[in-house]
Ligand binder design. Structure first.
Ligand code: MN
Ligand code: MN
Length: 299
């Protein structure tokens, strides 16, 4: 990894960490979810970065990949368990980090602390050429040791320039871990633990999309949306909210439906815990270099 990439990974990670803490400070009963997401995204853009993906706000048994819709009226409600996941890119070099906060209560403080501890345990064992199984075992044993379940089908991942999920997976359980972390790799480690069954399934209704390619579309609103997406978000995930500058906000959902049907975009499913358990997640990005490991997303 060259010096320029390292520098940009560090800049993206530092900004992602600050965005995470800022966003977490805004989560309060009665605050609008869309205001928090947009404040985080504005903070990133005003401080020299771009969003690597929309600010994710996933509630309770939703583990990941939810963000407010355009014209979303939802407010935070006391007792919710909120996963706030922030991604920053600087010239495509990515920092990916997440925190879990409870809205106005602390009924799930133990679940959250165990997940924070699982991340710390994972970071303890990370080093060049470490078997991924060792990282996964540190996560799994910390979570199980406290009486919770790791989510077996969610993983951390390597990142690369303009690639949010590169080749490596870092599971929450040792059994499915494969390979080693070669020096020169950036990895996002993100333990997920739950009071539920320990597994997620895809559910519909997410508001995050990925550009798949230009396709012929007749509808003028959908065509405007597609032009905007192809220009601005050709490589990384985007929120349907981000299209509201190009087409009227009340037509965005309609345009996205047409584009999805045409195969021009793909919607990310919301990842939902099958036992309806509460889910906590903490995440840091780490540069694994020849002689050191740098956690880029510490605030
Ligand atoms: Mn993340
Ligand atoms: Mn991640």
């Amino acid at each position: 990894m060259d010096a320029d990439a390292i520098e940009k990974y560090r800049k993206a990670g530092n900004l992602a960490g600050r965005a995470r803490e800022y966003g977490a400070s805004l989560v309060k009963p009665g605050a609008r979810m869309i205001d928090v997401a947009e404040a985080v995204e504005r903070f990133i853009r005003e401080n020299g970065g771009e969003c690597a993906f929309p600010c994710c706000i996933s509630l309770d048994a939703d583990a990941a990949h939810e963000t407010p819709a355009v014209l979303d009226a939802r407010e935070f409600v006391e007792g919710q368990v909120v996963k706030l996941d922030c991604g920053v890119q600087v010239d495509g070099w990515i920092g990916d980090t997440a925190i879990t906060v409870e809205v106005g209560t602390s009924k799930h403080a133990d679940l959250m602390q165990c997940t924070r501890d699982a991340l710390a345990a994972a970071l303890e064992v990370v080093k060049p050429n470490v078997p991924i199984e060792d990282i996964s075992r540190a996560i799994e044993s910390t979570i199980r040791g406290r009486g919770y379940k790791p989510i077996v089908n969610l993983t951390g991942h390597s990142v690369d320039q303009y690639v949010q999920h590169a080749g490596l997976s870092i599971p929450n359980v040792a059994q499915t871990a494969r390979g080693r972390v070669q020096p020169g790799t950036a990895i996002a480690i993100e333990p997920f633990s739950t009071t539920g069954a320990g597994k997620i399934r895809d559910t519909k209704g997410g508001h995050i999309y990925h550009f798949m390619g230009a396709r012929p579309v007749r509808d003028p609103v959908a065509r405007d949306a597609l032009k905007h997406i192809a220009e601005r978000y050709p490589k990384l995930p985007f929120a349907e909210r981000w299209i509201a500058g190009a087409v009227p906000p009340e037509r965005v959902a309609y345009a996205m439906r047409l584009l999805e049907r045409a195969g021009a975009v793909k919607q990310y499913p919301i990842l939902h815990e099958i036992g309806e358990g509460q889910v906590a997640q903490f995440e840091h990005t780490v540069l694994v270099l020849e002689s050191e490991c740098i956690v880029t997303t510490k605030a």
